[in-house]
Design a protein. Sequence first.
Length: 284
Amino acid sequence: MLKQRVITAIVLLAILLPALFYPSPLPFCAIALLMMGAGAWEWGRLNGCGGAGALGLALACVALCAGSWALGLLGRPLPLLWTVGGALWVLGGAALLRAGVAGWPRLPRALRLAAGLLALWLAWLAVAQARVIGPNFLLSVLVLVWVADIGAYFAGRAFGLRFTRAKLAPSISPGKSWEGVWGGMLGVLLLAFVWVAADAALRAPVPSFYSRLAAHGTGLMVLGVLFLAAMSVAGDLIESLVKRSAGAKDSSQLLPGHGGVLDRVDALLPTLPLAMMLCRPLAS
């Protein structure tokens, strides 16, 4: 299993890193579009669609993203869209986690499929716009999610249930602890301060997510990165909730050793649109 994970990770990095730093954003946006289409296929399968239905949802996702691209949305400021999308993630995510695993199948399937399609489209549009702005901005958001996840893993392993007696969400993801959440948040705070210092030292032509927030005050930056770290946990928990409702361990086996695409991007689905909402970088 470890060998599979390493090989898959190397292949993904060999594809994504050159696309991320390519002078044109086109290759990265195209790869992200295909990944969101694969995520939509997985979403359909997790929500009771047969082969044709899941494929149809994937094609709808690809068409929606491609249509947005053709209409030139990647280069336009969309503050209203990001505000509405962010509010839906915060309010809808809270409602889903409150209802728990049992509450998910009670929602009409059409609503569940539409919600997944909307979340994947918003995430693609956000990641594509972020790449258009520049690799430094996009990478700073991606690394925030990765550091939050890594910090939570190691803090949870080292200190899980040592300071609190209640797990984070035992009915959804029994392995997660509050200590892990705090460890992830500490990690992203350190990341933010280091990245801001690096931007200043290197005179980065395109400011990172952290530097854009810090330009309006250190307090805003701290609140912003903690908020995104918390929402990355919510994204992870919501995907776990959906999988548990479907009786699935992974969203698919498209990525050997890693599960499916949704297993890798679940925490990014809320954080990417919310990062755009917080910074509105195209309008600045």
